[in-house]
Design a protein around this ligand. Structure first.
Ligand code: FNR
Length: 344
């Protein structure tokens, strides 16, 4: 593993260090009622979905992670091969590093080089200018632009942003000015229904609520702090499940994507049942690509497609849209949250 010589490398190595394969999450608080007659065959199941202007063959994708160094170039190359060979979409990590330092441009551009015709999303932080947003899209010939919203991470990061006064208006300007769809995303702290309403008012049409349960940037940035650690913020935010429940009242007017702590295909199916159009995976795929390599990751990703068909058959649902009509029971703290927030 490459030495910790820059922030991008540190994020990857700490993402790996803290990754827990079988951690308990709020997905475990959701239970499907089992019905004994599926009344369909596995081959009838259709995994395709759509969001923004895109038709996807599969309802999951590689979410934003990395770029900005030699090591992360190699990781992006491997992830892009997985995306190309399995036909799933892929987002880059924040390209702001390349906008500041053109010598690392290739660590992002490798994604497009490897996968010239695949669906690729560029990624940039909130608070960026329209000019930079356009550059980020050009750099990757990106099909969409993800704008990440990560106030807790910035505040815990020693060198992070401290002024968030203009994030929302700047985001609205970018949405109005760029020619590809904009996806607003959290980075693992989740969203509230109020945040989603603000994003809708800024004319954002596609939102990844990216919640707690997996990669934890409060923990990662605290580890990077030498002094005055803010450990007590490490549980800040809403889980992916709670964020999806918060999104329920907006499902008719905005497209919701889900990410954060996806461990296996059953989590993907549960997120789709809660209204997500597609599901992003970061930490798990990073772990697989580094520990198991490209070929094994491709085999596993292809296996997930079969497993999704298996679970949907068990639920008697032929399409991603039908998955929204399942009998899903909420238990424990998730149920308490819904009561407290009057979510029905
Ligand atoms: C991320 N994530 C991220 N998100 C983003 O919008 N821009 C970025 O540059 C990064 N960088 C990044 C680096 C690493 C190493 C990881 C693991 C993750 C956040 C990511 O897209 C996602 O929102 C969270 O990681 C939650 O999903 P998982 O990891 O729990 O599946």
């Amino acid at each position: 593993m490459e030495p910790k010589n820059n922030r991008k490398n540190e994020h990857v190595s700490l993402g790996m260090k803290f990754f827990q394969k079988d951690q308990q999450t709020d997905f475990d608080a959701l239970r499907y009622v089992h019905h004994s007659f599926p009344e369909l065959a596995v081959e009838e199941v259709d995994l395709s979905t759509s969001f923004a202007t895109f038709q996807l063959k599969y309802p999951f994708y590689i979410n934003a992670m990395t770029g900005g160094s030699d090591w992360t170039k190699k990781i992006n190359q491997k992830l892009a091969i997985v995306a190309r060979e399995t036909g799933i979409a892929m987002a880059s990590g924040s390209v702001s590093a390349a906008l500041k330092d053109p010598t690392v441009l290739d660590s992002f551009q490798i994604i497009r080089e490897v996968n010239p015709t695949g669906l690729v999303f560029a990624n940039l932080g909130a608070g960026q200018t329209v000019e930079n947003a356009k550059k980020a899209i050009d750099l990757l010939k990106a099909d969409a632009l993800q704008i990440h919203i990560n106030a807790p991470q910035e505040l815990i990061m020693p060198e992070g942003d401290r002024d968030f006064s203009n994030w929302l208006p700047q985001l609205a300007e970018i949405v109005a000015a760029v020619e590809v769809p904009v996806i607003a995303k959290e980075v693992g702290f989740g969203m509230s229904r109020e945040t989603i309403a603000q994003l809708r008012a800024a004319k954002v049409a596609t939102i990844d609520i990216s919640g707690q349960g997996g990669t934890n940037f409060a923990q990662i940035e605290n580890y990077r702090r030498k002094t005055n650690k803010l450990d007590y913020l490490e549980n800040w935010g809403q889980s992916t499940v709670i964020s999806l429940l918060e999104a329920q009242s907006h499902l008719e007017s905005v497209e919701i994507l889900a990410s954060g702590g996806i461990r296996h295909p059953l989590d993907i199916v549960k997120a789709l049942s809660l209204g997500a159009k597609a599901v992003g995976i970061s930490g798990l795929l990073l772990h697989m690509i580094i520990k198991d390599g490209v070929d094994e990751t491709i085999v596993q990703v292809n296996h997930w497609k079969d497993e999704l068909r298996t679970i949907m058959t068990l639920l008697g649902k032929k399409t991603i849209a039908e998955l929204q009509q399942t009998d899903l029971i909420l238990t424990g703290e998730v149920k308490d949250w819904c009561q407290a927030r009057e979510i029905t």
